[in-house]
Structures are given as C-alpha cells and as structure tokens.
Write a protein that binds this ligand. Structure first.
Ligand SMILES: *Cc1c(COP(=O)(O)O)cnc(C)c1O
Length: 461
C-alpha cells in the first residue's frame, strides 16, 4: 500500500562525526549489577549501562566547533582571552552586562546567595531546586514556593506550569515586608516541576510588580533556551520570534542570573553568574577569589570557557531546540502509546513516568519509583532516576516525607541519542509495563544521612 503524505518530520540539525560504542549486557549480568548496586541506579557503573537517561547535566555532546574551540583556550592565570570571549557571549546573547564567577552552577549560587541574602530574609521562587535552596538556606534565608498550584498536579495540562502566583507573592510581602525579600528566584523551564516553562506574560507581570516593591528578579537560567522554545510554540504573539530574541527578552526582564552551563549551554562542565548591578559584581569578583580563583577564570579552564561561549550560541538555534524538545516529546508520545502514565504536558528535558499509577499494587513504603527504575534497568540496560519518596528524604524530626509525586525521570542528554534509541527505551518500558503485576517492591538496607537518594541501598521485599 502506498502511504499518503501526512506530515513533514523534523530531523536533527547535525550529523555524526565521531561515535562512542555502547556495551550491551545480558539480563543475568544486569540482575547481578543492580543487586550489587543496592537497586539504586546512581550506584551502577556507567559501563554496565546501555542507554543512560539518568540526567541531562554535563552529559551533552559537543559540536566540532566546540571541540576546536577547546584548542583556543587561553590558560593564562590572569586576563585570559577565553574569559573575555565568554563575557562577550553573555552580553550579546543573554543580555546581562557584567559577568563574573563562572564556576559550576552551584558555585555561582553560593556566591550570589552570600551577597544578597541576610539572616532572616525570605526568598520566594517558582518551585525549589535542591542546590539553589540549600545555598539560600546556608546564607540565612528561607525559601517560599510561589509557583502556581497547577505545577503540583501531574495530570493538569496547563501550558505554563512554571508561572508564578502573584497572589502568593503579595501575601509574603504583606507578612514579611518587601525589605525582607532580597529577590524573587525565577527558574526558566522549572526542573522540579518536570521541565515546565514560565510564560512571558507572567514574567512581565512579575517584573512590573517587583519594580513597584523594589525587589530584584534573580534568574536561574540553566534551561532558558528550552523555556524560550516553549514560549515560541505556545504563547500568543511569539510564534514568529526566534528563540534567540525570546531569550534576550526574558533576560531583559531580570536583574541577575546564575547558570549551570552543563544543561542548555551544551558543555560537560561549567557555569557562571551575571548581573546588571555594579556593587553586586564587585563583591562577587572579590568573593570568587576566596572560593575558586581569580575572577577571569573562577575555577574553570580557559578551554572550558571557550566551549561554553560557543555552546550558548548553538543552544539558541531554533532548529536545535526543535530537535531537542522534539525528541523528548517523541519519547513521551511513544510511552503514552503503550498506555504508560506520564506527567503532562511533556517537559523540556525529560519524560516523567508516574510510578504510583504504573505500580498501583505497591504502597509508597515499597518505593514504587525506585523499584520501577531498577526494573527498567534489568529489562534493557536503560538507566533512569527516582524522583519520589527516596529523593524527598526525611523531615528534621526523622519522619519520612511522603511526596504526592512518585516519579521516574527519563532525562535526555542533548545531541547524544537517536530516535531509534528512544524506540528501544519506550519498548523496554512497555515490556516492564506488561509484567507490572508481578513486580515486588523494595526495602531499605542502608540509608545515608544527607541526600539519601544518591547512596541509599535496597533489597527486594
Ligand atoms: C543543575 C542545576 C543547578 C546546579 O548546577 P550544577 O552545575 O550542577 O552545580 C542549578 N539549578 C538548576 C535548575 C539545575 O538544573
């Protein structure tokens, strides 16, 4: 039968020049490996993994332009030419004037939190991020979640689940006074909400509101390009604007930013802080000397700054984002076509599977998400990550948190895997789904004191 032309597909805007060979293991090898890893995918050796969807952080494939930029790295201790190239890229594309402290993202968070937060301050934000919140707390502040309620509901299909609820912010100002709020912390494409965007309309309203109260907006721009792509696709008036122009507009509505370049900026390590305030810059430039290095390298090699400068520009290409987010969407649709329950809308950097709905016969104490991640690995060597009760940890009084969401995150590294890999992932998940009734839960045999999800160990019940 001849097929009728119904659609025009996208394709990756690149071709492959070098490949990394993958190792395939047998089911028996994988069963032994996951048992030895205490049924925790963080404790697997990467050589035992076939398709690695643990995280999109630092797992990107660099382009030939980035690899050749590495050779131009100026490793001078002071005044490195690579620093000025990166500064220029930040000013040109991200619209922030003064720039410093290019360390991994959490290094920039540490410095900015120390400068802006006083003991007793309140820092509102559109959902927490693990390292961001911890630095705010270590600086003496308290985080307050002001994201819209829709963000906490996995079945709600609202297109901008990263939006701020201005009512919640108004209540915080009434309660604490604007002086106690050094800034509002805004993440673009909110990681913990499942890679969900904030709309330009909401950000504009927030800008107007914070200006009236003399409060800064500090932007976690780790995934700003992915957010811009969603604005282009979903927000009225932005259909014809480029990702590059939308990113510029987002950044122009903020006062400063921290960035983990390991995500959108397409490198394996690095980050930075940028600001439009001279006083803040001066103090950051001073603090970075204590914690990392001179302000013209701040903990990074010259070659890494070169790769970030090129990566920022490449990340703003419309076709790159179309293929990047298109691939995530493709995997989400494949999973859905097998009846697998996922968080909607499909996010920017990964697909989140609802483990409670996948394994309804397990109680939350039997760790459905941890169990499902282990089963996926045994099935096919695909490595995913738990985002549920294990990640949520314990309250200060020692009781477990019981989070509403019990999710397994299939995070997609940028420019690394093909659509065929996505098919294999979806089929593997479908094979586990077909035998879901026979799956037994897990019990804890070892639990570390902090951030237990990284190192906890389990056994089958
Ligand atoms: C990864 C991440 C960070 C921390 O960055 P690192 O480079 O890993 O230190 C901060 N914010 C968000 C939203 C992130 O995803």
């Amino acid at each position: 039968m001849i097929k009728k032309l119904q659609k025009r597909s996208w394709a990756e805007p690149y071709k492959m020049k070098m490949v990394e060979l993958l190792k395939q293991t047998t089911r028996g090898q994988r069963s032994r490996a996951i048992k030895a890893a205490g049924y925790n995918t963080f404790l697997l050796k990467s050589e035992d993994v076939y398709i690695d969807l643990l995280t999109d952080s630092g797992t990107n494939a660099m382009s030939d332009r980035q690899w050749s930029a590495l050779m131009l790295g100026d490793e001078a201790y002071a005044g490195s030419n690579s620093y000025y190239k990166l500064e220029k890229a930040v000013q040109k594309f991200l619209w922030l004037q003064i720039f410093s402290a290019h360390t991994p993202g959490r290094g920039a968070e540490n410095i900015l939190s120390r400068i802006l937060i006083r003991k007793g301050d309140v820092v509102p934000g559109n959902m927490y991020f693990t390292t961001t919140r911890l630095h705010q707390e270590l600086a003496g502040g308290t985080f307050e979640d002001i994201i819209i309620d829709e963000a906490h509901d996995p079945t709600n299909e609202f297109p901008f689940k990263g939006n701020v609820d201005l009512e919640k912010l108004t209540r915080l100002i009434k309660k604490h006074g604007a002086k106690k709020i050094p800034y509002v912390s805004i993440a673009t494409n909110v990681n913990m909400a499942g890679g969900q965007p904030i709309s330009m309309k909401n950000l504009k309203e927030l800008r107007k509101f914070t200006k009236q109260h003399g409060i800064r907006i500090i932007h976690d721009m780790t995934r700003v390009a992915e957010n811009a792509y969603f604005i282009q696709q979903r927000e009225k008036g932005y259909e014809k604007k480029s990702v590059k122009d939308i990113v510029k507009e987002i950044c122009s509505l903020t006062d400063g930013a921290t960035m983990s370049a390991k995500k959108d900026a397409l490198v394996n390590i690095g980050g930075f802080m940028a600001t439009n305030e001279w006083d803040v810059f001066e103090e950051a430039r001073n603090l970075v000397v204590i914690y990392e290095g001179l302000h013209t390298y701040g903990g990074l090699a010259g070659r890494d700054m070169e790769a970030i400068a090129v990566g920022i520009e490449e990340s703003l290409n419309d076709r790159h984002q179309q293929a990047r987010i298109g691939q995530v969407e493709y995997l989400g649709q494949q999973l859905e076509s097998y009846g697998i329950p996922i968080v909607k809308p499909i996010g920017g950097h990964g697909v989140f599977v609802d483990a409670k709905a996948f394994l309804p016969h397990l109680t939350q104490d039997e760790f459905p998400a941890q169990t499902l991640a282990a089963e996926l690995y045994i099935e096919s060597g695909v490595r995913t990550m738990e985002r549920g009760m294990v990640s949520a940890g314990r309250k200060p009084n020692g009781e477990n948190y019981y989070p509403k969401l019990e999710l397994v995150r299939f995070t997609i590294p940028r420019r690394v895997y093909t659509q065929a890999h996505m098919d294999v992932v979806a089929e593997s998940a479908a094979a586990v789904f077909a035998r879901r009734n026979k799956i037994r839960g897990l019990k804890v045999v070892y639990e570390p004191k902090y951030l237990r999800f990284f190192q906890a160990r389990f056994e089958r019940k």
